[in-house]
Design a protein around this ligand. Structure first.
Ligand code: CAA
Length: 379
């Protein structure tokens, strides 16, 4: 076993760390409050290659491995989980899905813009009545010669308004169940495509989440990705990789909150000494650090599986399940260690606690991760 990162991986981690410190930290509280994320900041992440990290350089990507992507996600998430979810959705769900399943023409037209930040992507699977039960899609795309007519509603879509390229999953043959599902590239501005109001969220408030409404949207046949009926497999395989990205986000939130709590515990005094000298606090830090290290190895192992061409459905689900629990537990403890200051926005940890919660919900709730893990183990 080799626990050493390569020079290149260390360099990428440092670049992400520097970017988070210099570009993300100063405005993170304001973005959380105003529920906004400046497009220029997204473009800067694109310029640094953070938006198409694993994409082949011939399509404008950085051509890096999954571990480098995970390290980047971890560093960005230590400071701003809203920035990292933008990165995660664009990399894991949109770019990866297009590169793995798209045609050459689709890659040339869309991927090179998506991987550089000239364009931003959204992944549209969830519906008002199809969240965990993802096969129950009600959105339809009915074939009419050389195009499809798309009708339906998608919910809780990350990058809902800031995106301009949407991968929309829809039923083309409802009678065939999940074998009658396809995925389409839909562009912002297509007639009949409307973006609903922005959701007012508990956490990751900088990233925009919207419902999307499709009313007789005419989508060219050439915008269907992959073979007819392959949309559900596309969604499942893409989400399996996406879960590694969200696991890395959870790891980063946990690690960021732990670092702040440790620093605070070494500065804040009570009963005549720094509070880290009280076992009540030192034991919390010991547990937090141990759990974060355990989460880190699950996340890196899932990334390694993917890079080795091994199946990562199980390791990705385990990484997300565990890391998101660690993110929740660690951020709650970080608030506790900060005491009254933990409840105040300036100290960051209350935001991190709010941000952590979504990692247990999106890209498959923790209950769904247990379904995936259980089925893999028992099959
Ligand atoms: N890779 C490839 N194919 C897969 C797969 C995988 N990892 N997992 C399942 N499939 C295939 C199966 O082989 C099966 O195909 P066949 O019938 O041809 O064999 C098909 O998919 C259906 O599989 P299941 O019978 O297991 O389906 P199910 O109805 O029991 O559901 C589930 C399985 C795991 C619960 C799935 O519905 C699921 O993952 N639900 C959660 C959905 C989810 O993660 N949503 C997140 C929304 S996106 C988001 O949050 C993004 C964001 O904005 C941040």
């Amino acid at each position: 076993m080799d626990f050493q990162l390569t020079d290149e991986q260390q360099m990428i981690r440092q670049a992400a760390r520097d970017f988070a410190q210099t570009e993300l930290l100063s405005g993170v509280i304001a973005r959380d409050e105003s529920q906004s994320f400046p497009p220029e900041l997204i473009q800067k992440m694109g310029n640094l290659g953070f938006l198409g990290m694993m994409v082949d350089p011939k399509y404008g990507g950085s051509g890096l491995d999954t571990l480098s992507y995970v390290l980047t996600m971890e560093e960005l998430s230590k400071i701003d989980a809203s920035a990292s979810v933008i990165v995660s959705v664009n990399n894991s769900l949109v770019c990866w899905g297009l590169e793995a399943f798209g045609s050459e023409a689709q890659k040339e037209k869309y991927l090179s813009r998506l991987s550089t930040g000239d364009s931003l992507g959204a992944f549209c699977l969830s519906e008002p009545e199809a969240g965990s039960d993802a096969t129950s899609q009600k959105t339809t795309a009915i074939e009419k010669g050389d195009h499809y007519i798309l009708n339906g509603t998608k919910n809780w879509i990350t990058n809902g308004n800031s995106a301009d390229t949407y991968l929309v999953i829809a039923q083309t043959h409802p009678e065939k169940g999940h074998h009658g599902i396809n995925v389409f590239i839909v562009e912002k501005g297509m007639e009949g495509f409307k973006i609903g109001p922005k959701e007012n969220k508990l956490g990751i408030r900088g990233s925009d989440t919207h419902s999307l409404l499709f009313n007789d949207v005419k989508v060219p046949g050439e915008n269907r990705i992959g073979e007819d009926g392959s949309g559900f497999r596309f969604a499942m395989k893409t989400l399996a990789g996406g879960r590694i990205g969200i696991a890395a986000q959870a790891l980063g939130i946990a690690a960021g909150a732990y670092e702040l709590a440790k620093k605070y515990a070494k500065e804040r005094k009570s009963f005549g000494t720094e509070i880290c000298n009280h076992q009540a606090i030192a034991f919390k830090l010991a547990d937090m650090h141990t759990q974060i290290e355990a989460a880190r190895y699950l996340v890196y192992k899932a990334a390694w599986d993917k890079d080795q061409g091994k199946n990562y459905d199980l390791s990705g689900a385990m990484a997300k399940l565990y890391a998101s629990q660690v993110a929740m537990d660690t951020t709650v403890e970080a608030v506790q260690i900060h005491g009254g200051n933990g409840f105040v926005k300036d100290y960051h940890v209350e935001r991190m606690m709010r941000d952590a919660k979504i990692t247990q919900i999106y890209e498959g709730t923790n209950q769904i991760q247990r379904v995936v893990i259980g089925r893999k183990l028992l099959k």
